[in-house]
Design a protein. Structure first.
Length: 277
């Protein structure tokens, strides 16, 4: 079983269009829906997906949840609801009871100063609703993410896309490594080993496993078997290489760690963190 915890679905042909990507993006400006994803993912053994942020539009949370009602291949949604705004509580309440609403994603900018506004109290509310927080951040924000994790130990935090650590086939960047270790000290922080080929400093990204192994070993050493989670970042991942190639790189790495480790990475850890209904 493989649950891909990071896909994006959108449809520029809807009457309202999409806020992203723009029509000048030749690769990504196209309709990408569950049927399109299943065509490439099911042959590789993927059995379901967690969708992350259809868009910044609040109503697009419902659009994805409606798609999930039509297609059980969508096991969950990490939605977009802006925290630190007066309407956060009301907006969260609108979606939080849906069994496939798993949490929200925040950009790293919130972690430039987590004390601003109602951000921390909104994160407490998210935790009280038994929902997860995905974070799209870089190494300068890692200490603040760890601080939030210690402030609210019941909040399940998932750092996306390896924390954007540059992968160059050599020993990983020291700042990224130090930040990864700091976050790993918090048991409620998980690392999504997603968009791996996109983190390559060489583009188009190499498909040789050896290019990625030192970075993957650092993630494994820091977070261990129980807190690493698979995601593809499809269709955005196609900027760096094919879905199949990226999945193959992490599949071979985790298979070498043993069948139990591979199963944890590909679905059990995600199931524990996202708790989809």
């Amino acid at each position: 079983m493989i649950i891909d915890t990071h896909t994006h679905f959108y449809d520029p042909s809807r009457p309202e269009g999409v806020p992203w990507p723009g029509p000048d993006n030749e690769l990504l400006y196209r309709t990408v829906l569950p049927a399109d994803y299943r065509q490439i993912a099911e042959p590789e053994g993927v059995t379901g997906t967690v969708v992350v942020e259809a868009s910044a539009w609040l109503d697009d949370n419902q659009w994805i949840l409606d798609l999930a009602e039509e297609d059980p291949f969508i096991v969950g949604l990490v939605g977009h609801i802006d925290p630190a705004r007066p309407e956060f509580r009301e907006n969260l309440k609108r979606f939080s009871d849906h069994p496939r609403f798993c949490g929200i994603r925040c950009g790293g900018g919130y972690f430039d100063d987590i004390e601003l506004g109602s951000f921390i109290s909104d994160m407490r509310l998210l935790s009280e609703c038994d929902l997860a927080l995905d974070v799209l951040a870089n190494s300068p924000q890692f200490l603040a993410i760890a601080s939030l994790a210690r402030e609210i130990p019941a909040l399940r935090i998932i750092v996306n896309h390896t924390g954007h650590g540059p992968i160059n086939g050599e020993t990983p960047n020291a700042d990224w490594t130090a930040g990864i270790r700091e976050m790993a000290d918090c048991e409620n922080i998980h690392l999504k080993v997603s968009a791996v080929m996109e983190q390559s400093t060489k583009q188009p990204a190499p498909e040789d496993d050896s290019w990625y192994v030192l970075a993957l070993e650092e993630m494994w050493s820091a977070f261990g078997q129980g807190r690493l989670i698979y995601g593809s970042n499809w269709p955005v991942c196609e900027r760096a290489g094919s879905f199949k190639a990226a999945l193959g790189i992490v599949h071979r790495f985790f298979d070498k760690k043993g069948s139990e480790a591979s199963e944890d990475y590909f679905y059990r850890n995600a199931e524990r963190v996202y708790r989809w209904g």
